[in-house]
Design a protein around this ligand. Structure first.
Ligand SMILES: *Cc1c(COP(=O)(O)O)cnc(C)c1O
Length: 384
């Protein structure tokens, strides 16, 4: 196992030797790219021209008044092209793939959001794109499968195992081992073996880079807390990263009560890295059932596992019901329909606001917009 990519006891790279070599090359290329001003400039340009950054830090005045407590600000990742933070990372990795001379990009997707972000970035850069998806998920996510195809990518159905996300990951890794000479594996969250958690954090850190200078401009001081939902942990680590060195700023990750990896998980290796993980009685990753598909992951990024253990990060849970309530409240009070994932962060911030002083500031990372969830919420209310 490599010495790099360790966050305390977490992270690392627990993979077969073939893959170890591929990841070593990727690590070296990423290190070079991130220190190359031309690479960073191109990344920033594409984020500006294609994604629409920088996005606003919106004061949620009505919601703050309703809670009668701290000032709540929303970092508007929902306003990005394709409607969530995932595109930041997809653009960063596509530029790295291009730099490494890859002709082909592969990715896995469960709910389809990462598949759409990857296919979007591939269309923009003229890359051949294959998305692995479990056959069970293909059935549930027909519209996202169609979106991916509209964007010119291929969807490969994975029949092995239970035909779910985990099986799609295995199929994508198999493809990578076979085709690594011309293929780039674009991973969607701050998980997986080194260097992925470090790389994804780097590309998503644009969120807190922006929000920090925005809040200093607007309020002349740092927030008391930054709150973000955590599935694999990419929007959260990006929203936290520039505040981690500020002792006065609390960073709070919100997990669904139905998939509380950090609150109830134990150290274990899944998908090639070590993290706090929910296991079943036989020691296998436990299936989870959050109303927010993007939060349905039994593990969590290694850096969050470390921040929790080191006591630097706070991690809490919110139920699906509480998230659904926040989904409605934010829609009614601010005219912003959040993704169900993001609604978990909003729900916690609404409670936290009541506990803090009126001069305090809370930044909520609004990881995505709720358009994708409207039908699901409709069916939950009215029956399908
Ligand atoms: C995918 C997704 C998430 C969860 O992923 P992280 O890696 O934990 O950020 C959260 N919010 C939205 C809108 C998503 O699409």
């Amino acid at each position: 196992m490599s010495e790099q990519g360790l966050f305390g006891q977490f992270g690392g790279s627990y993979v077969p030797e073939d893959l170890e070599n591929v990841l070593k090359i990727l690590t070296e290329e990423f290190e070079k790219a991130k220190n190359d001003p031309a690479f960073i400039q191109e990344f920033k340009e594409v984020l500006a021209e294609f994604v629409g950054r920088e996005n606003p830090l919106t004061y949620a005045k009505n919601l703050s008044q309703k809670q009668n407590g701290a000032k709540i600000y929303l970092k508007r990742e929902d306003l990005n092209h394709t409607g969530a933070h995932k595109i930041n990372n997809a653009i960063g990795q596509i530029l790295l793939a291009k730099r490494m001379g890859a002709k082909r990009v592969i990715a896995e997707t469960g709910a389809g959001q990462h598949g759409v972000a990857t296919a979007t970035a591939c269309a923009m850069f003229g890359m051949d794109c294959t998305i692995y998806m479990g056959k069970h998920d293909i059935k549930r996510q027909a519209l996202n499968v169609f979106r991916i195809e509209l964007l010119g990518a291929k969807v490969k159905s994975v029949d092995a195992g239970q035909g779910r996300l985990k099986d799609a990951v295995d199929a994508a890794l198999g493809d990578l081992i076979e085709n690594y000479q011309n293929t780039f594996y674009l991973l969607g969250s701050a998980v997986g073996p080194h260097p992925f958690p470090t790389m994804v954090k780097f590309f998503q850190s644009v969120i807190s880079e922006e929000s920090k200078h925005q809040i200093l401009e607007k309020e002349g001081k740092l927030p008391a807390a930054v709150v973000a939902c955590a599935g694999g942990g990419s929007n959260a680590i990006g929203a936290f990263s520039h505040y981690l060195e500020e002792d006065s700023v609390r960073t709070i990750g919100v997990e669904p009560s139905e998939a509380p990896s950090l609150t109830e998980g134990v150290p274990a290796v899944i998908h090639g890295f070590k993290c706090l993980t929910l296991l079943d009685e036989e020691g296998n990753p436990k299936p989870t059932y959050s109303i927010a598909a993007g939060l349905d992951y039994p593990g969590i990024g290694p850096e969050h596992s470390y921040l929790k253990e080191a006591g630097r990060g706070e991690y809490v849970t919110v139920t699906g019901e509480e998230a659904l309530h926040a989904f409605k409240v934010l829609s009614e009070t601010e005219g912003i329909i959040p993704a169900l994932e993001s609604a978990h962060a909003v729900a916690y911030a609404m409670e936290l606001a009541k506990e803090l002083d009126k001069e305090d500031i809370i930044i909520v990372n609004l990881s995505g917009r709720g358009d994708k969830d409207v039908q699901q919420v409709f069916e939950m209310e009215h029956g399908s």
